[in-house]
Design a protein around this ligand. Structure first.
Ligand code: NAI
Length: 302
């Protein structure tokens, strides 16, 4: 069927042009997947050096994909790679590129004020129809959206690290998110080849709300002297079928990130024992042992 300005087309926006803000771990991954699935992507960060690094990272990651997917067709692989890279452009000024976007995905630093400032500015220049979405892990979407006048066209789209590998996307509706916006975000997630699940705007959505208290309790169990890190990891891998044990996973996620999430929730819900302080975690973070990324967390890495 022809796609015109029929009311159904307007109601269910097909997302073609995406602005992704933040070219770090998550933003670069989202950009890669969106470009690989035929979307035109503008990746935004604060300066050109960061953006160059993001593009290099995307290229390296794509090369690994191409090597596998086009193992016996290197020519087709090279063409795919170039086509995907042509789908990505970069900018250091979100306000000047957002005019052509159906969707803005924000993946910048996890700070409410900075996210609100960004969306508040963009709200004044973005087209009417443009949907805004945040990839935040721990901040309420409702709070981020409050700096804009498009509460009905604002939602959450929460990816998992590494984005090209992890199949899940949590799509989050606030009490003001319209059904049309929510459906567009669900369809966009599917168009990326992901499996979306529907979430409410509650702390941790689904995955982290279950995962973070589990990680915390694993550390507490160890602190009580009831199991070594190694044994707890082996137990959860072989006994629960998890691909990583809780200490391995916490090191992978980052101990600072894990602590940041627990602290944020505990501030909102002080008496909740699920979010109580964990001495060992605090100590490692204070010592700068943040996990894999710093070479040491619960374990040491080469
Ligand atoms: P990161 O630190 O790797 O990347 C953030 C990027 O945003 C940096 O390149 C930084 O220069 C840029 N940035 C900061 N302020 C900016 C601004 N005002 N305008 C434009 N660019 C700006 O962080 P990461 O890990 O990619 O996380 C980003 C967001 O994604 C956070 O909200 C985080 O909670 C969320 N998230 C992180 C996951 C993870 O496993 N790392 C998983 C799911 C969500």
């Amino acid at each position: 069927a022809r796609r015109g300005f029929s009311s159904s087309a307007v109601r269910n926006l097909v997302i073609k042009h995406v602005t992704i803000i933040g070219g770090g771990q998550m933003g670069a991954g989202i950009a890669q997947v969106a470009a690989s699935t035929g979307h035109s992507v503008t990746l935004v960060d604060t300066n050109d050096d960061i953006l160059k690094k993001s593009i290099k990272g995307i290229e390296g990651s794509l090369k690994r994909v191409v090597k596998k997917k086009f193992a016996d067709k290197p020519q087709a692989g090279e063409e795919f790679l170039q086509k995907v890279l042509r789908n990505v452009s970069t900018s250091t000024d979100a306000a000047s590129v957002v005019h052509g976007s159906d969707l803005v995905v924000e993946a910048i630093v996890e700070n409410l004020k900075i996210k609100q400032d960004l969306f508040g500015r963009l709200d004044m220049v973005a087209p009417e129809h443009t949907i805004f979405a945040s990839n935040t892990s721990s901040l309420p979407i409702t709070d981020i959206a409050s700096s804009t006048n498009r509460l009905d066209r604002f939602g959450g789209i929460h990816f998992f690290n590494p984005v090209p590998v992890m199949k899940l996307v949590e799509v989050i509706a606030t009490s003001a998110t319209s059904q049309e916006t929510f459906d567009s975000l669900l369809n966009f997630s599917k168009a990326l080849g992901k499996t979306p699940v529907s979430c409410k705007d509650t702390p941790g959505f689904i995955v982290n709300r279950l995962l973070v208290p589990y990680l915390a309790e694993a550390v507490r169990l160890h602190e009580r002297g009831h199991g070594s890190k190694e044994d707890i990891d082996i137990a959860m891998k072989l006994g629960a079928g998890y691909p990583m044990g809780p200490f391995e996973l916490a090191d992978y996620v980052g101990l600072d990130t894990t602590k940041f999430i627990i602290d944020g929730w505990s501030e909102k819900d002080p008496g909740n024992p699920l979010f109580s302080q964990i001495e060992l975690l605090n100590k490692l973070v204070a010592e700068g042992k943040l996990g894999k990324k710093t070479g040491e967390g619960f374990y040491k890495y080469k």
